[in-house]
Design a protein around this ligand. Sequence first.
Ligand SMILES: [Fe+2]
Length: 244
Amino acid sequence: MNFTQQLLVPFLYALSWNPTASSEQTCAIDSAPTEYSLPSLPYAYDALAPYISSQIMTLHHSKHHQTYVTNLNKALSLESSLTESADIPTRIANQQAIKFNGGGHINHSLFWKSLVPASSPHADTSNAPNLAKALNADFGGLEKFKDKFSAALLGIQGSGWGWLVKGVENGKLDIVTTKDQDPVEAKYVPILGVDMWEHAYYLQYLNGKADYVKNIWNIINWNEAEVRFEGGRADVFQVLQSKI
Ligand SMILES: [Fe+2]
């Protein structure tokens, strides 16, 4: 594994892109998208109101997420031109840009699909029967999980994300947090993620972060959570295979 791959491996794994793959898998690498695009929201900007305002959703999706996508594509383009460069500091700085903006694209793509209008049937926890059994086994029930997850979200210092994850190896559920735009580690399947950056709530909730966390339970897409729980990382990250 060369120097660039060593730097990129954690991120590439998050993209289900394995630089040590076999020749057969390499075909998939060659066909991997070189440019990413902003995914459409699966609902209207005002569909999550009153729990998340139309103004927040509009800015969050069309400005913040778009910026991560734009900057990811710029960094990936620069990376390809730096392949033979001896300017290691520039290459390292660009790796950081790929990590930050790639993570931002991953995390937000998952986030939009984790939410659903409160009026949708998918907002009902009955859509996640197998996940509910696992939550009962690993946390003592849905309400206890929600309490623990909410506490984890409110315990995040600065900008970051809270996640319900499933262990790839043992299938056990756990709660983890990630800093800034770091994606969930490769050893987990992300089931549910909540954006705790101020841009996700401040325009509506101001310093009332606890109310944002309390209200978000009204708009969780439990159908999507069940699908992710039943699947693997490749299924979850399929959203990233879209190309312009
Ligand atoms: Fe965000």
